[in-house]
Design a binder for this molecule. Structure first.
Ligand code: PEP
Ligand code: MN
Length: 342
């Protein structure tokens, strides 16, 4: 259910409607728009007493929202959500006119490794650094990440290079720590339907980058985002990272067609990870260009100075020189579309 307020409704009127919704036992989500505020109702709102809400001062109408996802839907909020995050080297936005780039290794392996790569990421003019301290690996014998030690290295990267930090939480325990150290909490493909983790991320005070599960449909992807937003965290960035198909020349098949499909249905920003999306270094640059051409709000890419010796995902990590070229070319493609780079 959605309550549409008049364009000149006062803050008190919006608050009174929210209070009434909460008193009825539902949750109210006031969503300010350019022209008017809408109030989303979650909980089993089919039974909400529409009559009593519709007659309140400042209310235009109550609209039933039939889609399973509501708060992430464009029906509820027409304008794009712009997720803003301050970094020591300036504000980065996802979903506005500027395209954001995030670069860094798959995993944080050591202080030297992280610093060597971070210097090149910053040198390329990029403001966000990625790197996993907790790695969800297919094999229990593979490198699992440095844990909190890795988060401390990431915090040092922020201090030394002025980079904002994007890093993954794999369970509620690691999320507590990631929230403390990072600027963006990544939820990985394997956890896209870990509902208790999504709810915990929804209570976090940091933006969440939610990766699409490797066999998730568009609806499942948006429902996963709805879990986060319904807990009160509206700063969600969707990330396409490839799905599993019969195609055998790449690790996954990067589904760029989901970009316009998401943009039609949802106001949330969407970025693309061409590294996991292809699994092959030589395909990262062309698909980064394609992602931006298709309308992506950002690119998340794995970069390593010595990929042959990387502890995870070496074959899909590009070299720092290739990253410089990627930033240059993505900037030019963004410009064709009237967009800039963050
Ligand atoms: C990663 O970003 O390193 C990662 C594990 O990604 P995904 O969850 O998309 O596999
Ligand atoms: Mn990886």
């Amino acid at each position: 259910m959605l309550v549409v307020m008049q364009s000149n409704a006062t803050e008190e009127q919006v608050r009174a409607v929210c209070d009434r919704i909460e008193a009825l036992g539902f949750r109210a989500h006031a969503i300010p728009g350019a022209a008017r505020t809408a109030i989303g109702i979650t909980g089993n709102s089919a039974e909400a007493d529409i009559g009593s809400l519709e007659s309140m001062p400042g209310v235009v109408e109550c609209i039933p929202v039939s889609k399973a996802y509501k708060l992430v839907s464009r029906d509820v909020k027409e304008e794009n959500t712009v997720v803003r995050m301050p970094t020591p080297s300036g504000e980065v936005t996802f979903g506005g006119n500027a395209v954001a780039i995030v670069g860094g290794p798959c995993a944080i392996e050591s202080r030297e490794q992280a610093f060597t790569i971070a210097e090149r990421i910053r040198g390329a003019g990029v403001h966000l650094f990625r790197g996993g301290a907790y790695k969800p690996r297919t094999s229990p014998y593979a490198f699992q990440g440095l844990g909190e030690e890795g988060l401390k290295i990431l915090a040092a990267v922020r201090d030394k290079f002025g980079l904002g930090i994007v890093t993954e939480a794999i369970d509620n325990e690691s999320l507590d720590l990631v929230e403390k150290y990072a600027d963006v909490i990544q939820i990985g493909a394997r956890n896209m339907q870990n509902f208790s983790l999504l709810k915990r991320a929804g209570r976090a005070r940091k933006p969440v980058l939610l990766k699409r599960g490797m066999s998730a449909t568009l609806d499942e992807f948006l429902m996963a985002a709805e879990y986060i937003v319904s807990e009160g965290n509206y700063d969600v960035i969707l990330c396409e990272r490839g799905v599993r198909t019969f195609s055998d020349f790449t690790r996954n098949t990067l589904d760029l067609s989901i970009i316009p499909a998401v943009q039609r249905r949802s106001h949330l920003p969407i970025v693309v990870d061409p590294s996991h999306g292809t699994g092959r270094r030589n395909k990262v640059l062309p698909l980064s260009r394609a992602a931006v051409a298709a309308g992506a709000d950002g690119i998340l890419v794995e970069v390593h100075h010595d990929p042959d010796r990387a502890l995870s995902d070496g074959p899909q990590s590009i070299l720092p020189d290739e990253f410089d070229r990627l930033v240059r070319e993505v900037r030019e493609i963004a410009a064709v579309l009237g967009r800039t780079l963050n």
